[in-house]
Design a protein around this ligand. Structure first.
Ligand SMILES: [Zn+2]
Length: 214
């Protein structure tokens, strides 16, 4: 009987260890694979973000821009200014009849250098509306690359939700320094491949990521 209890205790310990020791795989832990898919795989498995969590935005002349940006506030914060800024937002022609476009320029060190968002003044074909278009483009300007679901879907389909995945992405991205190598945290399956341009800690080479969005 004593032996049975010991075996049971060891089995329980093993169970507890296997649950807590994954280090970034589970549903409730940090999702490094998601971070890789939407950011780090552009820089060979290294994070790309603004150096500061306070990001200056000049969105003068774009109605509702402050509230639209502030939907992402938390892991980062936005300071709105009429002068020089990290992110410039203006009304204009994004091209190809799109709702908006974002050009995010970043160094091979993983530091974002500048971002430009152009919003189409005619949002009549953008089912999610002007505010959602701005919120969507804002995510591209702070490091969310590519598209998936909710407000980060590829088309303006009326879904304006910011999901837990989106929030977790930003929280994880801005908890680490720019250029952090996350390759060691990736699960083998689904999207663990790292690719993209070579990371350079002193990188002064500028890369431009362009999102014709929504
Ligand atoms: Zn987009």
């Amino acid at each position: 009987m004593k032996k049975f209890v010991l075996v049971l205790a060891l089995a329980l310990m093993a169970l507890v260890l296997s649950c807590s020791g994954g280090g970034g795989g589970g549903d409730d832990g940090p999702d490094y694979n998601y971070l890789n898919n939407h950011n780090a795989n552009r820089l060979n498995g290294h994070t790309i973000r603004w150096p500061s969590t306070t990001i200056y935005v000049n969105a003068s002349g774009v109605p509702g821009a402050q509230a639209a940006f502030n939907r992402w506030a938390g892991s980062v914060n936005f300071a709105f200014t009429g002068g020089s800024a990290n992110i410039i937002v203006r009304m204009g022609n994004p091209g190809a009849g799109r709702c908006g476009v974002t050009l995010t320029r970043w160094y091979t060190s993983g530091r974002i250098f500048q971002a430009l968002i152009i919003i189409n003044p005619d949002q009549s074909r953008c089912r999610s509306g002007l505010a959602a278009t701005i919120t969507h483009e804002a995510a591209h300007a702070i490091g969310y690359f590519g598209h998936e679901d909710g407000i980060m879907g590829p088309t303006s389909n009326g879904d304006t939700e910011i999901t837990g995945k989106h929030r977790g992405f930003l929280s994880l991205l801005y908890s680490m320094a720019p250029g952090t190598n996350i390759a060691g945290f990736l699960r083998r399956k689904d999207g663990s491949a790292v690719s993209g341009v070579a990371f350079d800690p002193n990188g002064r080479r500028l890369i431009e990521t362009k999102h014709y969005s929504r």
